[in-house]
Design a protein around this ligand. Structure first.
Ligand code: FHN
Length: 586
């Protein structure tokens, strides 16, 4: 027996060496581009906020709690022990993963991000690390596995949201002020171990396409934690996409990562679409359909189908993804208004989806139209159907042809001129929300910035989407086709235009202002002269009214710049500005 052992050892060593030499090397981790490829192609995702908070649905002890539904533990200052009484009530008997997945398919959704754990600490999967999970509820079923399977059967990528902040775990700090559980034994490093252990469970069991971190903003979570967790998750699965909320680089709700070595594969603007895109940077705007992420029974402030479709277009035209949220009920149903909106978006995408999926941002520095690009195709998304031809000022790439996506068999007339391309359009828009013209170009579409041209009668229409914006919050609101979010009076906009001949021009501004914000002042500077104006209420931010501002003299024909700058702002915002028109004075 003794003689055999050395022989065995040699044999084992031989096999090990042979295996090491012959064994294929592990695949190289994907490059950033390869990792993001499916996500960039997808463009449209569904966010799902679902958990115990759907049970109270905004009401606690008979009182309405403020804020969003998923924050009720904080907004109603609920002691953890009281919140835990929701666990034995979680029994969403009407949950049907296949029904949800079918709805996503119908809506044209390409990926889904569902809350595995939100700030309240409740886990929507059977975790070995806690009993505060769905397995300990009457429902018991493995929600995430059922949803993953149903989504993947519909070709929809399954992704997970995960909150770092955890109001329930005894080791998470800081405590909420009303949480009087002793903190002296709390061990934040032990909490980080819990966090990583659960993430290992989630990655191993569900292979999410994206880990959408959140709740990174408290001081207990540091940049060192963020970098460490990013690396740890990337080691669990090199292909996984991780948002920038894993670390500390996110700049508030505008969501983009500040300069530095902050981790994260994409920026996360929240409840807003940035004024412009970020060339070369991946980003995704997440948006609620009403005002809440988690279900609230009393939230009926639903955005219109039109607004949501235009938000999807606006986001894609800037090179971003759109992550639209639903908050299912305690019974496991997606609210009917959410279903209606998803169905409407899906109907629009069935006609126009090629202008969204797999596209890149507009080539126009400024344009009245939202555009997307795929190869040599330019997709022009028209919200307000023009009288007369579609004027693509600044498009310098030769055009081979153009057609409506809604009616591709009928080519449209194309006229190539010195300032760009004009495309003949039918009198009526095929879609009242957004009609798409696909322009087949002779090469990748390229556009230059041209001053706004005067009309034949010498008038000039300075439309909001053509403005040059100075500032971070002032932006074009796609659905209202106006300059809005003018909350910072130091921010201004400018229009570069041409006039056929010098002389006096009557100046009219088309503005909207809610009653509680009236009283701002602004100046129109042009040609070395200024007009001053005051903002009167017009009945709401979407109720536009034309206001005559007076007369400006331009001493020369050709290029001019007109600047609109606030002079005072007593209310929440200066105004919404749709356009400034200059008409030669008779
Ligand atoms: O606090 C959360 C909120 O509940 C929700 O999950 C949003 C969605 O991105 N993120 C945080 C607020 O920024």
């Amino acid at each position: 027996m003794n003689a055999v052992r050395p022989l065995l050892l040699v044999l084992v060593l031989f096999v090990a060496v042979a295996a090491a030499q012959g064994a294929p090397s592990p695949p190289a981790p994907p490059t950033q581009g390869a990792r993001m490829e499916w996500w960039r192609e997808a463009r449209f995702g569904l966010f799902i906020h679902w958990g115990l908070y759907a049970i109270p649905a905004g009401i606690w002890n008979g009182k309405t709690a403020g804020g969003t539904g998923e924050w009720i533990l904080k907004n109603a200052e609920i002691p953890v022990a009281d919140y835990e009484t929701l666990l034995p009530k979680f029994n969403p008997v009407r949950f049907d993963a296949k029904e949800w997945a079918r709805l996503m398919k119908l809506a044209g959704v390409r990926y889904v991000v569902i809350t595995s754990k939100h700030h309240d600490g409740f886990c929507l999967w059977d975790s070995a690390h806690t009993t505060f999970d769905v397995a300990s509820s009457p429902f018991r079923r493995d929600v995430l596995s059922e949803l993953k399977q149903a989504c993947e059967a519909e070709g929809i990528r399954f992704c997970l949201y995960h909150s770092i902040m955890d109001w329930h775990h005894p080791d998470y700090l800081p405590r909420r002020p009303w949480d009087h559980r002793p903190a002296k034994d709390a061990d934040f490093d032990r909490f980080v171990g819990y966090l990583k252990g659960q993430l290992q469970e989630l990655v191993t069991r569900f292979r999410p396409g994206v880990l959408w971190f959140d709740g990174e903003w408290e001081d207990s979570w540091t940049h060192a934690h963020g970098l460490d967790l990013f690396r740890a998750v990337r080691a669990m699965d090199p292909a996984i996409i991780i948002n920038n909320r894993v670390d500390k680089g996110r700049q508030g709700m505008q969501g983009m990562t500040m300069a530095g070595d902050f981790a994260g594969d994409f920026g996360t603007p929240e409840q807003e679409i940035p004024p412009t895109g970020f060339p070369g940077i991946d980003w995704e705007s997440c948006m609620t359909m009403n005002d809440t992420w988690g279900f609230r029974a009393d939230d009926d402030r639903w955005k219109s189908k039109e607004t949501l479709i235009r938000m999807l277009v606006d986001t894609a035209s800037k090179g971003g993804n759109f992550l639209l949220n639903v908050g299912p009920t305690a019974e496991g149903e997606i609210p009917a208004p959410s279903i209606e909106r998803l169905q409407a978006i899906g109907a629009w995408l069935r006609v126009n989806g090629e202008a969204i999926y797999g596209t890149t941002a507009t080539p126009f520095p400024r344009s009245p139209y939202r555009c997307t690009v795929r190869g040599e195709k330019l997709y022009v998304h028209v919200f307000d159907w023009p009288k007369g031809p579609l004027d693509l000022e600044g498009l310098v790439t030769p055009v081979r042809g153009a057609r409506l996506l809604a009616n591709p068999a009928n080519p449209l007339a194309v006229e190539q001129g010195p300032r760009g391309v004009k495309i003949g359009l039918p009198e009526r828009a095929p879609d009242p929300v957004a009609s798409v013209i696909v322009v087949d170009c002779d090469g990748a579409p390229i556009a230059i910035d041209l001053p706004i041209a005067p009309a034949k009668d010498g008038s000039v229409s300075l439309d909001a989407p053509l403005a040059t914006i100075t500032g971070r919050t002032l932006r074009v609101e796609a659905d209202k086709q106006c300059l809005g979010y003018w909350t910072d009076p130091s921010e201004s906009c400018a229009f570069d235009f041409e006039v056929l001949s010098p002389g006096p021009f009557d100046v009219v501004a088309e503005i909207a202002c809610a009653d509680d914000s009236a009283g701002s002042g602004y100046a129109i500077d042009c040609g070395g002269r200024s007009l001053n104006a005051k903002v009167d209420a017009t009945g709401g931010w979407s109720s536009f009214r034309s206001v005559a501002l007076g007369r400006l003299v331009l001493d020369s024909k050709g290029p001019h710049r007109l600047v609109v700058r606030p002079t005072k702002k007593p209310g929440t915002a200066v105004m919404n500005l749709r356009r400034v028109t200059l008409t030669p004075a008779r």
